[in-house]
Design a protein around this ligand. Structure first.
Ligand code: GDP
Length: 296
């Protein structure tokens, strides 16, 4: 799993706390160094690591231990709370409109897992009783439409594609009268190998006509430090309301993708944990950190 190394490091740190005689400044310094090392080794951005561990240290040294807790428990709590805050704090769910159509626009570079995620998201809502359709607006990659059709076929969802048409806005408008038959429309937009001005312009135009309820950035867990520039540029372009981090089942370090979310302030809404359509989970920072720390 992505972040296994981070988990190992953090668990070792917690064992160190458990095994120490008492909580003193020496232990706190060691703890902070250990956490820094684990996060850096997992590719979390240096500045973010410093800010995070600085907060942990300050809280440990300044906050009185609540009556019901031992000093050690308090220490572990602070580490847990700060890591959770780093990953967005509270669970952030997709917001659907109470009535009428909700449109979810997925954006991201080639290979980030956008099309796969379109299918996963569609299945997720279908399981919850929603009528879902997929709209293919990746007009640049010839195979993209076929891939989306295949995805739709596998889950029995309606897919709208217009092969040969090069304007995503025209495609959207062409099918627009159909959309009112659905609760959720998932819009798979075009990617590129790298972020470019014309991609940003295209996404802005699609955003303008589709008026998405949510615009989700799809980034791959293995992307590394490049994730932050990418996330920021996409964020500036299209008012991202959330992030899906894919390939969390891989062996990459994962910290780059997590840093990207922290930089944009956009909450992680889902994670992809495999290639299959059900390998998809809503992201819950508390549960996630609990698992990282081996707290069950
Ligand atoms: P797109 O270019 O952004 O539309 O990316 P695709 O959806 O085509 O995905 C690119 C590759 O990543 C495909 O081989 C997918 O099967 C794979 N992929 C997508 N999401 C996941 C995931 O969560 N885990 C794993 N292991 N592979 C994934």
């Amino acid at each position: 799993m992505v972040l296994d190394k981070l988990s190992e490091g953090l668990k070792a740190t917690l064992s160190k706390i458990a095994g120490s005689m008492f909580v003193d400044e020496k232990l706190v310094n060691e703890l902070v160094k250990d956490i820094q090392r684990s996060l850096l080794q997992s590719d979390v951005n240096v500045k973010l690591v410093f800010e995070l561990t600085q907060r942990i240290k300050e809280r440990i040294l300044k906050e009185p231990t609540p009556g019901a807790l031992t000093k050690k428990e308090h220490l572990v709590n602070i580490v847990y709370e700060e890591l959770t805050r780093f990953l967005g704090g509270e669970k952030s769910e997709i917001k659907l409109n109470e009535q009428g159509l909700s449109t979810i626009m997925l954006i991201g570079l080639f290979g980030s897992g956008k099309t796969t995620t379109s299918g996963k998201l569609a299945k997720y809502f279908m399981k919850r009783g929603k009528k879902v359709a997929l709209l293919g607006l990746d007009v640049h990659r010839p195979a993209a439409m076929d891939q989306l059709q295949q995805v739709g076929k596998n889950i029995n969802a309606q897919v709208f594609v217009l092969k040969g048409e090069k304007s995503p806005v025209k495609i959207y408008k062409h099918f627009e009268p159909e959309f009112k038959k659905y609760d959720v429309l998932i819009v798979d937009t075009a990617g590129r190998d790298a972020l470019s001005l014309d991609l940003i312009e295209e996404l802005k135009q699609v955003h303008e006509v589709a008026k998405p309820t949510e615009a989700l950035l799809v980034i791959s867990g293995d992307i590394g430090q490049a994730a932050q520039t990418q996330a920021k540029a996409f964020h500036d372009a299209g008012a991202i309301t959330g992030v899906v981090v894919t390939k969390m089942d891989g062996t990459a370090k994962g910290g780059g993708a997590l840093s990207a979310c922290a930089v944009t302030g956009a909450p992680i809404k889902f994670i992809g944990v495999g290639e299959k359509v059900d390998d998809f989970e809503p992201f819950n920072p508390k549960g996630f950190v609990g698992r990282l720390l081996g707290m069950g």
